[in-house]
Design a protein around this ligand. Structure first.
Ligand code: ADP
Ligand code: ASP
Ligand code: MG
Length: 422
C-alpha cells in the first residue's frame, strides 16, 4: 500500500461527466489498496469567470487594493470542485471527504493572489486516511497568519499537490492534465512537439520558470527541495486502463542526471507572453542605481526577470528589465512617483507587446555554440532580439510578441526537437 497524491487540472474537472471520470479513476487507485489524497483545480474557466466579475466591479483598482477579497472569491472555485469530487466518489461507493485549504490547514504568507506555502498540518488528513477515506484537499489556496484565505498564484493547484505530497511524504505525486506529459514545447503551438519520457528536475524548473505552464514553477521547486516523485500524465485516457500502465505513462521528473536518458543538448523550448519591458532612460551612471531601481521594485513584492544596463554615454545610461504584465502599471507608477525624482533619471518607458522565448537543456553546460545557433535561427527569420539572458542551462531572448510562434517553431525545427536523440 502506498500513499499517492493525484492532482487534476481545470479541464480534467471541467464538467460533471469529467468529474465522474476522475472519481472512477481515483476509485480504481483506492481499490488497488492505495491511500489517496486528491487535489483538484476549479472547473475550467471558473477562476477566470470569478476574477472577471471582480474586474467588472472595480476595473481601475490594482489587485493590491483588494487582494484579500480576490482570494476569498477565487478560492470558491476549488471549494466547489472539491465538494463535487467527494460527492462523485461517494456515489462510486467510496468513503470520501473534502477539505478546504483553511481547514487542513495549509499555512501561507499574506501575499494575496501569490501567497507562498509556509507549512502544512497533515493531522486531519491522516486521521481521515486511516479511517479509510479518500481525502480531497482543495488546490490553489491556504490560510495566512491573520486567518484570511489566500491563493497561490495562477496554476497554483500544482503547488498545493506537490506540497501536500512533500508534507505527507507521499510515495508519488501524479499531476493529471489535458496533455499526456511534458513535451519539447507546448504541443498546441508546435504540433510536431515530442513527449519526453523523463525530464530532469533542473530542466523542468527552467522550463516552468520560463513560461511552460504545464507545471507551476513553485510545484517544481517543492519537488526538488523535498525529492517528491513527480509525474505528469493525461486525465483523458480511459479511466479503466491497467493501473500499472497508467502509473508508468506520461513524463517522470528525474533527480539523477545519469537517469536522464534522452541526451539531447536542448530538451525544450519555453515561451511566455506574460511579461512587459520597462526602461528607465537617462540614469546617471554611478554606483547604486541598480539597487535604487530594483530595490524599490522588490520592496513592492514585484518579481523582476531579464535585466540589462546599457553602456553609459556622457555619464548617463539606460536601464531595462522585465516584469510580469500584471505588475506592469504598478511598476511604472512606482518608478515615476518614487524612484525617478530621487534618481535624477529622465524618463520611464514601457512595452507590453513583448514575449520571451527560451531554449533549455542540460547539454548546454558541455556544448558551445548553442546560444549563437539560437541567435542565427532568429536572425534568419528576421526577428530582432531586444534582450538576452542566460544561465548554465538556458538562453532566453525577449522579442516582439508578434513573432513568438514563428520563433518557437523555427527553433524547434533547427534543434531537431521532434526527433528522438540518439
Ligand atoms: P491544468 O488545468 O491541468 O493545470 P494547464 O493548462 O495549466 O493544465 O497546463 C497544461 C497545458 O500546458 C497544456 O494544455 C499545454 O498547452 C501547456 N504546455 C505548455 N508547455 C508545455 C509543454 N512543454 N509540455 C506540455 N504542455 C505544455
Ligand atoms: N484554478 C486556479 C487557476 O485557474 C489554480 C489552478 O488551476 O491550478 O489558476
Ligand atoms: Mg495548470
Amino acid at each position: 500500500m502506498a500513499l499517492i497524491v493525484h492532482k487534476y487540472g481545470g479541464t480534467s474537472m471541467g464538467s460533471t461527466e469529467r468529474i465522474r471520470n476522475v472519481a472512477k479513476r481515483v476509485a480504481k487507485w483506492a481499490r488497488a489498496g492505495h491511500q489517496m489524497v486528491v487535489v483538484p483545480s476549479a472547473m475550467s474557466g471558473e477562476t477566470n469567470r470569478l476574477l472577471a466579475l471582480a474586474k467588472e466591479l472595480a476595473p481601475s483598482k490594482t489587485t493590491d487594493a483588494y487582494g484579500r477579497e480576490l482570494d476569498m472569491l477565487a478560492a470558491t472555485g476549488e471549494q466547489a470542485s472539491s465538494a463535487l469530487l467527494a460527492i462523485a466518489l461517494q456515489a462510486e461507493g467510496l468513503e470520501s471527504v473534502s477539505y478546504a485549504g483553511w481547514q487542513v490547514p495549509i499555512r501561507t504568507d499574506s501575499a494575496y493572489t501569490k501567497a507562498r506555502i509556509a507549512s502544512i498540518d497533515d493531522t486531519r488528513v491522516r486521521v481521515e486516511l486511516v479511517a479509510g477515506k479518500v481525502v480531497i484537499v482543495t488546490g490553489f489556496q491556504g490560510l495566512d497568519e491573520l486567518g484570511n484565505i489566500t491563493t497561490l498564484g495562477r496554476g497554483g493547484s500544482d503547488t498545493s499537490a506537490v506540497a501536500v505530497a512533500a508534507a505527507m511524504k507521499a510515495d508519488e505525486c501524479l499531476i493529471y492534465t489535458d496533455v499526456d506529459g511534458v513535451y519539447t514545447t507546448d504541443p498546441r503551438v508546435v504540433p510536431e512537439a515530442r513527449r519526453l519520457h523523463t525530464v530532469s528536475f533542473e530542466e523542468m524548473l527552467e522550463m516552468a520558470s520560463m513560461g511552460s505552464k504545464v507545471l507551476q514553477i513553485r510545484s517544481v521547486e517543492f519537488a526538488g527541495k523535498y525529492k517528491v516523485k513527480l509525474r505528469v500524465l493525461s486525465s483523458f485516457t480511459p479511466w479503466d486502463i491497467d493501473i500499472n500502465i497508467e502509473a508508468a505513462s506520461g513524463t517522470l521528473i528525474t533527480f539523477e542526471e545519469d537517469q536522464h536518458m534522452e541526451q539531447a543538448i536542448i530538451s525544450g523550448i519555453a515561451f511566455s507572453r506574460e511579461e512587459a519591458k520597462i526602461s528607465v532612460l537617462g540614469v546617471p551612471d554611478k554606483p547604486g542605481i541598480a539597487y535604487q531601481i530594483l530595490g524599490a521594485v522588490a520592496d513592492a513584492n514585484i518579481d523582476v526577470d531579464v535585466i540589462i544596463q546599457n553602456i553609459s554615454r556622457d555619464g548617463k545610461t539606460d536601464f531595462s528589465f522585465t516584469v510580469n504584465r500584471t505588475d506592469y502599471a504598478k511598476t511604472v507608477d512606482l518608478l515615476k512617483d518614487k524612484v525617478l525624482p530621487s534618481l535624477g533619471a529622465q524618463e520611464v518607458v514601457g512595452d507590453t507587446k513583448i514575449c520571451k522565448v527560451s531554449i533549455v537543456g542540460i547539454g548546454m553546460r558541455s556544448h558551445v555554440g548553442v546560444a549563437s545557433k539560437m541567435f542565427r535561427v532568429l536572425s534568419e527569420e528576421g526577428i530582432n532580439i531586444q534582450m538576452i539572458s542566460t544561465s548554465e542551462i538556458k538562453t532566453s531572448v525577449v522579442i516582439d510578441e508578434k513573432y513568438m510562434e514563428l520563433a518557437v517553431r523555427a527553433l524547434h525545427k533547427a534543434f531537431e526537437l521532434e526527433q528522438v536523440p540518439v
